[in-house]
Design a protein around this ligand. Structure first.
Ligand SMILES: Nc1ncnc2c1ncn2[C@@H]1O[C@H](COP(=O)(O)OP(=O)(O)OP(=O)(O)O)[C@@H](O)[C@H]1O
Ligand SMILES: CC(C)(CO)[C@@H](O)C(=O)[O-]
Ligand code: BAL
Length: 282
């Protein structure tokens, strides 16, 4: 069995990274919540192109879940995760417990605007404050040269990129293209929640986005293409949170297709499972 060093404390992690630095090595961070799949492995493979040493963090971060969300049942598969990370050439799995990340008296949260406004925030109002705070902590704990995030969570990637720039964090944030199942469904740890019939419906989300992008490229007004896609998603049996067209870089609303690069983003629920996806129009 391939194995990997697993570190549980910030002090041990810093000591290990110090050793790498002393040897002149570069360090990449891949933050995850575990239940690793081929999407995560793509982040690790991209990381290998930037650094000799890769740290994968595996931490189901409670502060980004609302009390009504799936923190308790979020899939936890640490042994399999460690094997997948080892096979992908990762040096260290950083697996802190909740008290290591949030010691007694923890009282600091990052406040966000810009790309954090709207979309996910309309439905998960405290989510990105939790994400940004834990990611800022991970950046400080690992002090990586680069950190890799999936485009699957496109708004998260935009929020973290903005935060690193705004706070002058000395790390390059790199986005990695979404890895999909053959039928188009974006890989996600939460896909395991889907019942068989829901799994057959799930790729409709990607299809609705793809059709809308094609329509916009062919001259259909953005608002009309978006409305048709919303109807398709609802007709397939989803409860739609949002499906919208935004500026690809800032995530500000767009008024027309000549506004610059556009990203289509969707979040919708199938039974108890909430799925997100996004694609570029251009
Ligand atoms: N299909 C994918 N392709 C590329 N990157 C992905 C994919 N799925 C997740 N990632 C990225 O992996 C990192 C860790 O994500 P996370 O551990 O939350 O996995 P997830 O599959 O997105 O789970 P969830 O179902 O909770 O959204 C994030 O940067 C995320 O964008
Ligand atoms: C970036 C992250 C690991 C922070 O907890 C999480 O939001 C995720 O898995 O995308
Ligand atoms: N991949 C994003 C983590 C979350 O939904 O909480």
């Amino acid at each position: 069995m391939t194995d990997i060093e697993t570190i549980h404390t910030v002090a041990d992690l810093r000591a290990r990274v110090r050793g790498w630095r002393a040897a002149g090595e570069h360090v990449a961070l891949v933050p995850t919540m575990g239940a690793l799949h081929a999407g995560h492995v793509a982040l690790m493979e991209a990381a290998r192109r930037h650094a000799e040493r890769i740290v994968v963090s595996i931490f189901v971060n409670p502060t980004q879940f609302a009390p009504t969300e799936d923190l308790a049942r979020y899939p936890r598969t640490l042994d399999a995760d460690r094997q997948k990370a080892a096979a992908a050439g990762v040096a260290v799995a950083f697996v802190p417990d909740v008290t290591e990340m949030y010691p007694d008296g923890f009282a600091t949260t990052i406040s966000l605007a810009g790309p954090a406004l709207g979309l996910e925030t309309d439905f998960r109002p405290t989510h990105f404050a939790g994400v940004a705070t834990v990611v800022a902590k991970l950046f400080s704990q690992v002090a990586p040269d680069v950190a890799l995030f999936g485009e699957k969570d496109y708004q998260q990637l935009a929020v973290v990129t903005r935060m690193a720039r705004d706070l002058d964090l000395p790390v390059e944030v790199i986005g990695v293209a979404t890895v999909r199942e053959p039928d188009g469904l974006a890989l996600s740890s939460r896909n395991v929640y889907l019942a068989a019939e829901e799994r057959r419906t799930a790729p409709m989300l990607f299809r609705a986005l793809t059709d809308a992008a094609q329509a916009i490229r062919s001259g259909t007004p953005v608002a009309e293409a978006v409305e048709i896609a919303r109807e398709k998603v609802r007709a397939a049996g989803f409860v739609l949170d949002y499906l919208d067209a935004r500026h690809a870089a800032t995530l500000a609303p767009v008024s027309g297709r000549h506004d610059g690069p556009i990203r289509l983003l969707v979040a919708a629920r199938l039974g108890a499972t909430r799925l997100i996806d996004n694609i570029p129009v251009g």
